[in-house]
Design a protein around this ligand. Structure first.
Ligand code: AMP
Length: 113
């Protein structure tokens, strides 16, 4: 299977603005930011989309949420931020390597589009 854009970013074959890295995931700035803080938290393990995750991925998925806390707090938005996971093309997913969007720094209305 062809490697995803995010696998190439994780391997540093494609440049990106890294905010955080650990043994399980990386966080980068989104290239097309929708808020003053718009980060993507991407696991090193390739899971195409959330609905493909398995029971054994539970700890990894939880880790992504805790890293999101840290990214938002480090940016100064620890009290007001939003996480988004688009699952499937019809839900807006364009890169099929699971990732968590972290948005902060502006009012975030509800319902989302
Ligand atoms: P999604 O549509 O939920 O799959 O999110 C994919 C995100 O990746 C979009 O918000 C894009 O703006 C972002 N993106 C695409 N290419 C890059 C890139 N080279 N570096 C950083 N973010 C990217």
């Amino acid at each position: 299977m062809a490697r995803t854009l995010f696998e190439k970013i994780i391997a540093k074959e494609i440049p990106a603005s890294f905010l955080y890295e650990d043994e399980l995931c990386v966080a980068i700035r989104d290239i097309n930011p929708q808020a003053p803080l718009h980060a993507l938290i991407i696991p090193r393990q390739m899971i195409a989309q959330l609905s493909h995750a398995k029971t054994e991925d539970q700890a990894l998925l939880g880790h992504l949420m805790l890293v999101a806390n840290r990214i938002a707090a480090d940016a100064g938005y620890g009290n007001a931020f939003r996480l988004v996971v688009n699952n499937g093309a019809e839900a807006g997913q364009s890169v099929f390597h699971i990732h968590v969007h972290v948005l902060g720094g502006r009012p975030l209305s509800w319902p989302p589009g």
